[in-house]
Design a protein around this ligand. Sequence first.
Ligand code: AMP
Length: 327
Amino acid sequence: MENKEIRKQILNKIIAYEKIIICRHVRPDGDCMGSTIGLREILRISFPDKKIYSIGYQTAEYLSFLSLEDEKLPEEEYKDALVIVVDTANSDRIDNPYYKSGKEIIKIDHHIRVEDFGTINYVDEDMPATACIITELYEENRDILQMNQKAAQALYVGIATDTGRFRYRGVSAKVLRLSAILLDYDLDLEKIYANLYLKDIASLKLQGDVFRKFKSTPNGVLYVYVTNKMQKKYNISPEDAAALVNSLDSVKDSLIWIIFVEQKDKTIRVRIRSRFVAIDKLANKYRGGGHANASGAVVYNGREIKQLVKDADEVLEKFKASEEGWL
Ligand code: AMP
């Protein structure tokens, strides 16, 4: 079915339901929170008589300027609801144990398609952010849907964060046109970027350790392991430590960079980033996934770290042998 047709179906479902619960993925990022809040606010002002909730159990402190306003509902409240899950490729990453109890489930996502867990599954892999999809849904239904500044700001943050501040290849003219619609709501960009960029001194100090400790493989994969001990030294959360992944993003010939962050439960979160070369299949091998140039995974010990780094090195070696024009 055509994407436009599915968007129409989604809108019809939204119109048909009195109660709508919006869910998202664990470890919410800018696009996850932005598309959740953007959709919630659009629906609240467009349909003031409906009950519209956004429900997730994990949050991201640095995004608190976006009016998170999460609520919690008991499972029985889901039974007559339309559940919309945004920005989540696979059901085991949905940050809501009750989402399945919804009367119908709609998936709206832009990650590589791995699992159709909805009654309607809308996946647009060409969009660099789920927030773009929500903005498009609004844009083509302006006769029914309304936007306000709160929604526009959240959606803009979703697009800005998932495109590396409008730097990645996924940024098409269409993406900029959709973003321009949001800017029409008088957004304070300086404030938005201050919220996204400013960090505290402790995290700068940990970044110093990252710069001192990172290693390189023979083919140029950069990687660093941030242990609980390092996080404790500066009193930094695993979430804030993980935010340092792009500290290693601008080294010539190092097209893949990886941060391993030890979690409180001793599991190790892996964030893999790359330019030009795809790393999502590498992440799949280690219980993860995501996008071609930004994926996450989980490993459990030093042996797996070594193996993953070795695999990444092979990916990069093959890429360099077969491709030209990379930097
Ligand atoms: P992160 O490094 O956590 O920002 O993740 C990068 C991208 O990969 C995001 O779009 C995540 O939603 C996705 N991702 C992260 N971890 C996983 C995982 N374990 N399984 C599937 N996708 C993931």
